[in-house]
Design a protein around this ligand. Sequence first.
Ligand code: M6R
Length: 607
Amino acid sequence: MCGIVGILGREPVAMRLVESLKRLEYRGYDSAGVAVLEHGRLKRVRAAGKLRNLVERLAREELTSTIGIGHTRWATHGGPSEANAHPHIAGRVAIVHNGIIENFSELRDELRRRGVEPESDTDTEIVAHLINLELTEGGTPKEAVLNVLERLHGAFAFAIIFEGEENLMIGARRGSPLAVGHGEGEMMLGSDAIALAPFTSRITYLEDGDVVFLTREGFEILDEERRHVIRPIQFTQAASLLVDKGGYRHFMAKEIHEQPDVIGHTMAEYLDFAEGRVRIPDMPVDLAALDRLTITACGTAFYAGLVGKYWLEQLARLPVEVDIASEFRYREAPLSEGGLSLVISQSGETADTLAALRYCKSMGQKVVAVVNVPESTIARESDVILRTMAGPEIGVASTKAFTCQLVVLAAFAIAVARARGAISAERETELVRAMQQLPRLVVKTLEHENQVAEVAQELARAQDILYLGRGINFPLALEGALKFKEISYIHAEGYAAGELKHGPIALIDEHMPVVVIAPRDRLFDKTVSNMEEVRARGARIVLITDEEGASEHGAKAFETITVPAAEPFISPMLYAIPVQLLAYHAAVFLGTDVDQPRNLAKSVTVE
Ligand code: M6R
């Protein structure tokens, strides 16, 4: 789950590689490194930790090479040390890798038997040694790489350079993404188009199994059967996606505050306000005839899927199963041929979600993807894309992508409900009108930020926090807890409020704050009963509710955060805001690395 880049250029590449790596840090930030051919010899500079450590080291070097590869790492095999940082070098070969070589211990044992002792704990170094051995046995770089690729199990994207070869770079992909960039008299490789955006907008996406041989003059692709193939050159708008913090202290803060706008942009794609109608792209199956829908995703996107289940079942009367992609992909779930599956992913590169998509397709299902990056692998492999218009999300904690996913799922649920005759045209218009209020209501919700920040400081003193919700607010409780733990490193757990007395209530004492998410809807009284149960056992309650809920039961809470009253259908998009703000301000108070929390990466491209 790393970012890789390679440039075969006409001017010094070291700082250009760094420029690309900055755009790939969302894939991991455990270490970074570059390797170049300096006066014909391989020269490597690496540093553990964030990219800025590498930049400091590079400032002490005078590198003039015009060919090089770079890497930003999320550690899989071996800890996040400098020794394990990429590029890895063996003899004449330098390599960067994104993915996991599953048969690496077997290959490492073979190397040891052949007298080669690896320096690092990584699977990648093994590949470098295998290629180098092929070279020492007389193979050309192309032959060496092709032979070694045959022997690898698992997922990979590689960029490889060779001592003595100033005009050759080899790339290969299986499972992990890799794109070729076309410059003026120069060629590049990158994990995605955004990495190459400073240098080119002309991109060729490699297909699974492809190997590419680059020179400054052009490129040649072999497919997985090793036949020559032509892959199209596409123009991307990735350059316009480069972003800054826009005056905010963190990307996460900026992204939370962008929600009124990006929710509006996403609604504009799917809602016709003038007509009071939903319009979604043509579906590859007859929605009226569907007997069930399978939704798969990971993390926050999974919780968005859970909210979607409530909408689709209640409104459209369509049975929905929502699955964590890493479980689903191996569960061998029976799926009917010609049925519909839906996957949700901000990045469109999450390995487990991609595998789930492929499983669904192998079962003869059509796949709809709710995805934020239109050029991603998931977008490209799906039958239909329902794009979220969140724009680039840089903070590792997903915020605006989540609310935009909810907007798309809400629109989809209304469209399915209409297609199945489960709601009238009048009800459709009512729901569209309710959604139309969202940007204004989100702005009003954000106005409570100062109060939420004070509550967050209280929560930041706790060791454990419980989040409770019922019905459609249960996934919000899960999302609130995930957000809190991933950036504050405080243990938080989301629970269905009614499930509390089946175990977790044993945890409750005066040290355990409980965040209760409870709009004044038809389940409000039930949730309040659960709130009373924990209150009776000493818990300090933070109640998130609307004005009516606050006036009825706010006095029972230690703190009440008020959200504007709204049609219950749209409440998940509103209640997402305070849970995001609670997590954000607790993390700021604790001084953690809000945008790049420890051990995480924005895009999880390994399983
Ligand atoms: O890019 P994806 O939406 O597929 O990513 C899924 C999860 O990795 C992601 O939502 C993760 O849980 C976030 N860090 C949560 O804030």
